[in-house]
Design a protein around this ligand. Structure first.
Ligand SMILES: Cc1cc2nc3c(=O)[nH]c(=O)nc-3n(C[C@H](O)[C@H](O)[C@H](O)COP(=O)(O)OP(=O)(O)OC[C@H]3O[C@@H](n4cnc5c(N)ncnc54)[C@H](O)[C@@H]3O)c2cc1C
Length: 546
């Protein structure tokens, strides 16, 4: 028996494995990966903690949850039938519509038969001898598969603030990322919202429509811009449909996969009058144009950034009647666009309502949650409901909540203790056959566009392994060093990397996340794809196969 036969023998020992592939997570990533691997003839099982598909769009059913990507630029692009059949009804679809869309896709491709719901993966350990992953669910059941694919989501591990007494509150309490399925009403109630990030902004502007009294607890404000959402008529949808090929091409070419492309002009290439007119037009235009389609130097040149920030600050002052409140809503610790820009619909006007109060918890920190409400160092508030819009342990959070161990029994959490280290955001050295979708250091932006690329790249890698009789793939440490150097270089000079945010790996509510790290890849999506294409075309020389 030659070596190759030996390998075949081991490979053929598949009955010992329950599946060829285990995927964790049934969001946009996990669903598409399941479909493509099934097409390769592999036996795939997806384990999903929730009771339905959709990931982000399953969990985040808080009031006002919606896209800030244009709906039609966000949906899957791989299936002409899906593009032909699905009509988006709003330019920035609300959560129920997106959840419906993802169920429609799952049903169309009969995906649910291979998805096991209410199944949270607690452990994933690599077994050297078997060259396979053994996973354990929270209920103790265990499964084995050759490949482990994490599709656990960049924003799927909700975090509460580190405040004492959260359990003591006797009223209704909700986290936006774990919003219940039953209806929640605000009429006549005294409601507190803690957090003013993208989710907080969407929640606040919706709750304010019907609330009895709303108190917003803000640690630091964000720069928000108007969303300018609107319905899509049947006729308009037909026009959008005709334009899909061009639209997806544009997304592929743009830096962050949005339909908006960076303006090639510098801020100081134009007169002040022209500049202000450009920003006026961007402020009045739907979507992320002002962030993703601004002057090319807006996020690297301090003076350029100061000017655009001043422009947006002026808008806030115009919209908020009480000058003191307006000043509280203007960020002082970062410039426009250096953190994720929440998009809003009458958010600033909410603070003109008599029944809305803004409390700065930087000035008057929360001491504790009490049975009746919230106690700051200055006052005691009583509430019927507290909403935690305090976001997620981003990017690595969902990984940290699973006990993942690699070839030497090393814990992933340990391997990443000084910040995540990856190869193209998909592989981790020492964790063979584990492939990450939307892992740290993949291209983000308008994420489904990057998801489709990631999923297809992983499919191609597995196909390559299967075709060549490989039973394990790992990445070479020197390849990781080279990639991380590239990631680091791409972040140099960006104002956003000088700011504490989930993009730089900081979350004051998470132990060990107080220091900035290179938490994400800041280069462009086309550069990312070029790198990965090159690796695949050359036969994955940066990986070791056995
Ligand atoms: C409120 C909100 C709005 C957003 N809006 C946009 C937008 O407009 N445009 C954009 O591009 N992106 C947006 N995003 C980012 C969004 O997360 C991605 O676009 C995309 O949905 C990610 O898909 P995914 O499948 O990779 O991950 P997710 O959708 O997060 O799915 C991950 C799944 O994995 C499951 N999971 C995790 N851990 C385990 C475990 N241990 N065991 C079992 N299951 C597990 C989770 O339950 C979840 O269902 C938004 C995110 C949020 C939170």
């Amino acid at each position: 028996m030659n070596v190759r036969d030996d390998e075949r023998h081991e490979k053929d020992a598949r009955p010992a494995l329950d599946f060829d592939v285990i995927v964790i997570g049934a969001g946009i990533s996990g669903m598409y990966q399941l479909l493509l691997l099934r097409e390769l003839g592999l036996k795939v099982r997806v384990f999903e903690a929730g009771t339905g598909v959709g990931g982000t769009w399953y969990w985040n059913r808080y009031p006002g949850a919606r896209f800030d990507s244009e709906s039609y630029s966000y949906g899957y692009s791989f299936s002409q039938e899906v593009l032909d059949e699905w009509d988006w009804t709003e330019h920035f679809a609300p959560q129920p519509e997106t959840e419906r869309y993802l169920n429609y896709v799952a049903d169309k491709f009969d995906l649910k038969r291979d998805i096991q719901f209410s199944s949270r993966v607690a452990k994933a350990h690599y077994m050297d001898a078997a060259r396979a992953w053994g996973i354990t669910l929270e209920d103790g059941s265990q499964y084995r598969a050759r490949y482990l694919i994490t599709a656990v989501g960049p924003l799927s591990a909700p975090t509460y603030p580190r405040i004492e007494g959260i359990e003591d509150f006797e009223g209704e309490a909700y986290h936006t990322g774990l919003w219940p399925k039953h209806p929640v009403t605000f009429e006549g109630k005294r409601v507190a919202v803690i957090g003013t990030g993208a989710t907080g902004v969407q929640t606040i502007q919706e709750v304010a429509k019907t609330v009895g009294h709303l108190t917003v607890f803000q640690r630091r404000p964000n720069w928000c811009k108007p969303l300018h959402n609107g319905p899509i008529s049947k006729a308009e949808m037909e026009e959008i449909r005709k334009g899909y090929p061009e639209l997806f091409k544009r997304c592929q070419e743009s830096a962050a996969c949005f339909i908006h492309t960076i303006d090639p002009r510098g801020t100081f290439d134009v007169s002040e009058e022209e500049r202000l007119a450009f920003w006026e037009q961007q402020y009045a235009t739907p979507g992320f144009g002002m962030w993703q389609g601004n002057f090319r130097d807006m996020l690297i040149d301090r003076e350029a950034n100061r000017l655009v920030s001043e422009f947006v600050a002026k808008k806030i002052r115009e919209r908020v009647h009480d000058p003191k409140v307006a000043e509280m809503l203007i960020p002082r610790d970062h410039g426009f666009g250096t953190r994720r820009v929440p998009q809003e619909t009458h958010y600033y006007e909410v603070f003109n309502q008599d029944n809305v109060e803004l409390v700065s918890i930087l000035d008057t920190p929360i001491e504790r949650i009490t049975p009746k409400g919230i106690k700051t160092i200055e006052r005691e508030f009583e509430f019927d409901m507290i909403i935690y819009a305090t976001g997620f342990d981003a990017i690595t959070g969902a990984f940290d909540r699973i006990d993942i161990r690699g070839a030497e029994g090393e814990a992933l959490k340990q391997a990443w203790s000084g910040g995540a280290k990856t190869y193209v955001g998909v592989l981790v050295s020492g964790f063979p056959n584990m492939f990450m979708l939307v892992g740290p250091h993949t291209a983000l932006g308008n994420i489904p566009r990057s998801i489709e690329y990631n999923v297809e790249w992983v499919r191609d890698l597995i196909r390559f392994m299967e075709a060549n009789g490989h039973t394990s793939a790992d990445c070479k440490p020197e390849a990781v060093e080279e990639w991380m150097k590239f990631v680091f270089e791409k972040g140099e000079g960006l104002l956003s990397n000088e700011i504490d945010s989930w993009m730089t790996g900081v979350n004051i509510n998470v132990e060990g996340k107080q220091q900035r790290t290179i938490a994400r890849y800041s280069g462009t999506a086309p550069e990312y794809r070029q790198w990965c294409d090159r690796v695949a075309a050359a036969g994955y020389k940066e990986l070791t196969f056995e």
